[in-house]
Design a protein around this ligand. Structure first.
Ligand SMILES: C[S@@+](CC[C@H](N)C(=O)[O-])C[C@H]1O[C@@H](n2cnc3c(N)ncnc32)[C@H](O)[C@@H]1O
Length: 209
């Protein structure tokens, strides 16, 4: 994250309460039709987006991806993270309590993203997960660019799970590192890693000769 900021990328948090048109910082309301919980109001999100972008929020989805974090949205995976990393800018909307008034999702957002099929108390952690996986894909953000090339779900491993890693000591309480990794034979190491990736249930086999 710090590397991304140093490179000129920007990350900004917006507090719905700072621009809410309602009194006493109110941002949500009881659901029509009854039931438990509070629902994030569409006029509150509209005001926050208008204040941040200086335009009619209804026009925003045509200009940038405005993403609502929801448990039932499109599941975040490596392909989606790569897709998002190619965007010049993103807006992520977080809900709380019962979540969003449906009109926010229909008219102010381009899509919904879920970080997993479970329910968090709020969208903030989900937004941070999206930011983390997207930012580390931006050129220059990782100390070693190669780290991101050959890792789980990457094209280099044909979408497979990554192979095992070992470091010193070469022998720990009788558990030795696989001999091939100590051989210094780059091609044997490469083939062993691809085979391990395939054995772990990924698609690494496609990359094998
Ligand atoms: C308690 S949840 C609302 C759950 C909603 N009533 C439902 O049943 O789908 C409150 C907020 O947390 C966020 N959230 C919870 N789980 C999430 C997940 N798995 N992925 C993305 N966002 C999530 C969303 O922003 C959501 O509006």
């Amino acid at each position: 994250m710090a590397n991304a900021l140093r490179l000129g990328h920007a990350l900004e948090c917006v507090d719905y309460r700072a621009t809410t048109p309602l009194r006493a910082g109110q941002v949500d309301d009881t659901p029509f039709g009854g039931g438990a919980g509070m629902v994030l109001r569409v006029d509150v999100v509209e005001a926050a987006l208008r204040a941040r972008y200086g335009a009619d929020p209804l026009e925003l989805p045509a200009r940038r991806r405005v993403i609502a974090l929801t448990p039932g949205g499109r599941l975040l995976d490596d392909a989606l993270a790569t897709e998002l990393a190619a965007e010049p800018a993103l807006s992520l909307l977080c809900g709380r309590y019962e979540g969003f008034d449906e009109r926010i999702l229909e008219h102010l957002c381009t899509e919904q993203i879920s970080i997993g099929r479970y329910v968090l108390a709020g969208g903030e952690l989900a937004a941070m997960v999206v930011c983390d996986t997207v930012l580390r894909k931006l050129p220059g953000t990782l100390g070693h660019a190669e780290s991101a090339l050959e890792e789980s779900f990457s094209e280099a491993l044909a979408g497979g799970v990554e192979y095992p890693h070992y470091t010193r000591p070469a022998d720990w309480r009788g558990h030795a590192v696989p001999e091939v990794l100590l051989s210094g034979h780059h091609e044997r190491v490469r083939l062993w890693r691809l085979a391990q990736s395939r054995a772990r249930g990924g698609g690494g086999g496609d990359a094998l000769p």
